[in-house]
Write a protein that binds this ligand. Structure first.
Ligand code: ATP
Length: 320
């Protein structure tokens, strides 16, 4: 928390799609083991972070009692209180560096870091919106508080906050195994153009896994074809190799998803899948021009249709 760090910063955090997801089985603790290929896409949330640097609040005795506060705009389905992943991530980082907690006598002048979250990523939609926000906050507070933690250390903390959070700290494209927290970066060539079909009514990840255990079957597929298509930058091959074991459970819960996938294919998509646990449908377009035509033709099928590019990098800081 030196005087060199900025006191106002903004972080843009991209969402993700699972280009490949195969369930390997369930562990004794109830978590599912996966092999998945994740890639960030350009639909993003923004978090503004403002640190109060008034002289009184920056006195060393006050800093020990520093606190964080959050406001949210966008969607009513996003919790604004302590259960928001932005606050959970911020408090986890505070614990790591030994500040905060009981505001005690220092409370009156203790500095508060104010954060404002603007949601664009659909909620409970299989695009890791909450995980992206948690990762973005770790990266932003590491900078604004001048903590100086390396990305690997941030990823260690991130893994305690959720399976997708370590991936979101780095972004890009990764192969994830275990419960999804062990990731390795993947080489890619070129840009993918996606038509993203968003349905406002959410699907809870837990519920989709529960139904998968009842009606689904691990496919035993391997991600080799997806990885090869990414390496060579071949959209047709990528479209043909997209795969998600959870799709059958998502469609079971929401039969309309089957029709939406079909509509994407009819409109010219070279591949279409349910992203993660759904209900977002992502369809790969052959190129930028056709993505506009596909989006136009499926607009009536969804609450919102967006064109997105991938890979979209990781959390991006800018000083404001
Ligand atoms: P994943 O793809 O990682 O399974 P998801 O995209 O399906 O996640 P999220 O958008 O992350 O789901 O939301 C899951 C739940 O987390 C929501 O029901 C919401 O109540 C809660 N939540 C907590 N913090 C946030 C946040 N910052 N943004 C969105 N949801 C949040």
């Amino acid at each position: 928390m030196s005087d060199g760090a900025p006191d106002h910063i903004r972080v843009r955090v991209p969402s993700k799609v699972n280009l490949f997801l195969a369930v390997r089985g369930m562990r004794d603790d109830g978590y599912h083991e996966l092999v998945t290929v994740l890639q960030t896409v350009s639909i993003h949330d923004t978090i503004s972070v403002h640190l109060d640097r008034s002289a009184a609040s920056m006195h060393p005795s006050a800093r020990r009692f520093m606190d964080v506060a959050l406001s949210v705009d966008g969607l009513p389905s996003v919790p604004a209180g302590e259960e928001n992943l932005v606050l959970l991530a911020a408090r986890r980082l505070m614990r790591e560096i030994g500040v905060g907690g009981d505001r005690g006598n220092g409370g009156a002048t203790a500095p508060t870091t104010r954060m404002h979250l603007t949601k664009r990523i659909p909620v409970a939609a299989g695009m890791a919106g909450g995980s992206a926000d948690a990762a973005g906050v770790l990266v932003a507070l590491n900078h604004v508080w001048d903590v100086g933690m390396h990305r690997d250390d941030l990823r260690r903390i991130a893994a305690e906050l959720g399976a997708d959070v370590p991936f979101c700290v780095t972004g890009g494209t990764a192969l994830a195994t275990g419960i999804g927290t062990a990731t390795a970066q993947v080489l890619t060539r070129g840009t993918c153009y996606w038509v993203v079909g968003i349905t406002e009514s959410p699907l809870e990840t837990r519920e989709v896994y529960r139904v998968f255990d009842e009606v689904g079957e691990p496919s035993g597929y391997e991600p080799d074809a997806v990885l090869q298509a990414l390496r060579t930058g071949d959209p047709e091959a990528l479209g043909a190799s997209l795969h998600n074991d959870l799709e059958v459970a998502a469609v079971h819960l929401r039969p309309r998803l089957g029709e939406q996938l079909e509509a994407m294919r009819r409109a010219g998509a070279i591949g279409a899948i349910v992203s993660g646990s759904g209900p977002t449908v992502v369809a790969l377009a052959p190129d930028a021009t056709s993505s506009v035509a596909i989006a136009e033709s499926v607009r009536g099928e969804f609450d919102r249709v967006e064109i997105a590019l991938s890979p979209a990098g990781g959390p991006e800081l800018s000083e404001t």
